[in-house]
Design a protein around this ligand. Structure first.
Ligand SMILES: Cc1ncc(COP(=O)(O)O)c(C=O)c1O
Length: 432
């Protein structure tokens, strides 16, 4: 029997301890092993403080894009507060509301291709991927998906089935049906050609390598788009992380000559304040799936009024020329500064690659990456992660509102961390 505990958890250590005792132990232990014992207290913009209010970190993980606009973006916060003060709540799923329509219209207006003029709003990208897969099964009358082996699209339903990563995938763990084939090599057009068979309903792919942040090669995505069209396969672009300005354009898709049948957005669409995601799609798919069954897709909370208000505000900020310009200029500035650090530590750092503000610092090994992650955390920067596949890289995914001064702080922290890690690899310290 679980009994309610009479305890106040105030410190990071107490909260970690309680998690290990009676909650998601394996996750808390994973954070500890990474050297990231941290529980968020106050947060604002690119900064987070621990619950003790003593440590301040620059958030260069941004929850994989949830906090793409920084923590508690003032305009998004204001829109949320106003919606609540105006007397709104989630509304009723079955009753049309203007905010839903407004968000759909805004998504159609901002879509990377005019054909993506319809959308379904959901609570998170996992649900959007799930829905997009069901739509693909109906439209094509096929039941098999193709995805990238090291990609990630979510952890329940059909999203889990297209997440085949050896590290984060859970197909074997839950003994899930195997309704997907996997492309082993990101960017390999020949392999793709072989795998896009007549059984495949849809090919789902991020426009950047999930593990390394390398942008999808143009020829690869453009061939994928063409082959899918020729073979009656739906081409689904998952812009959960790459969208909303991350790569310097509102959608990464804008940088390619492709025609996706569906596009998924999420994470940052929530403003980090209220869950929201959406599947953008062509009108014919929408009509066939949503309007040929009276209960085609019911979600009590998906597309609720508050989330639509928040998501519309996020789109306004993310599509603004100021934000997109900031991504390009700070992205270039930060990459340049990090490259200088790489040149100072050639024994452990190689070179920087970036896709807007998705940045990877090349490493001589993954072990170096783990040590760096720990040291840079101690120096005040929370990184996204260390890539699990080659080339080894320490990855940064900072909020898009990062300034040059904050970029300098990140570069200084890397320099300090790299110095410590490089010294730790010298023979004298090794044998100590
Ligand atoms: C590319 C991609 N798609 C889908 C998802 C699932 O999103 P969520 O966990 O918000 O449902 C994620 C989450 O990391 C993601 O990175």
């Amino acid at each position: 029997m679980t009994q309610a505990k009479e305890e106040t958890l105030t410190t990071s250590a107490e909260i970690f301890g309680a998690f290990i005792e009676r909650s998601w132990r394996s996750n808390a232990e994973r954070q500890l092993a990474k050297g990231a014992e941290f529980v968020i207290g106050r947060r604002e913009g690119v900064y987070m403080w621990d619950v003790e209010g003593e440590r301040r970190l620059i958030d260069c993980g941004a929850g994989g894009g949830v906090h793409a606009l920084g923590h508690r973006h003032p305009e998004v916060l204001q829109a949320l507060r106003k919606a609540l003060d105006d007397g709104r709540d989630t509304g009723l799923w079955s009753v049309p509301n203007a905010e839903y329509l407004k968000l759909q219209d805004r998504l159609a207006e901002l879509a990377p291709k005019p054909s993506l003029n319809r959308s379904v709003v959901t609570l998170c990208s996992t649900l959007s991927v799930d829905l997009a897969t069901m739509f693909a099964f109906r439209v094509t009358k096929r039941q098999r998906m193709l995805a990238y082996r090291h990609g990630y699209h979510g952890h329940t339903g059909f999203a889990a089935i297209v997440t085949g990563s050896p590290e984060e995938g859970i197909i074997d763990h839950y003994n899930l049906p195997t309704h997907a084939s996997f492309l082993e090599n990101f960017g390999d057009t020949e392999e793709l050609d072989r795998l896009l068979t007549k059984e495949i309903a849809a090919f789902i792919i991020e426009p950047m390598d999930y593990e390394t942040f390398a942008p999808a090669p143009k020829a690869f995505l453009e061939t994928a788009s063409r082959l899918c069209r020729e073979r009656g396969i739906l081409f689904i672009i998952d812009e959960t992380r790459a969208g909303l300005g991350r790569t310097g354009t509102l959608w990464a898709t804008e940088q390619y000559d492709i025609e996706p049948a569906m596009l998924i957005t999420g994470k940052g669409l929530s403003g980090g304040l209220y869950p929201a995601s959406a599947v953008l799609m062509c009108e014919d798919i929408y009509e066939e799936c949503m309007n040929q069954h009276r209960f085609a897709y019911i979600s009590s909370l998906g597309g609720n009024e508050i989330s639509c208000v928040v998501a519309s505000q996020v789109l306004d900020v993310a599509s603004s020329p100021e934000l997109l310009e900031n991504v390009k200029s700070v992205g270039a500035y930060l990459s340049g500064k990090l490259d200088e650090v790489c040149q100072r530590h050639p024994d452990i750092l190689t070179k920087v690659s970036s896709f807007g503000l998705a940045i990877s610092i090349g490493l001589t090994s993954r072990d170096v990456g783990r040590a760096l992650y720990r040291e840079i955390f101690a120096a005040g920067v929370l990184c996204h992660s260390v890539s699990e596949i080659d080339p080894p890289g320490l990855k940064l995914f900072p909020p898009l509102v990062l300034t040059n001064e904050q970029a300098d702080e990140v570069a200084r922290a890397l320099d300090k961390a790299a110095g410590l890690v490089a010294r730790g690899r010298e023979p004298t310290r090794k044998s100590a």
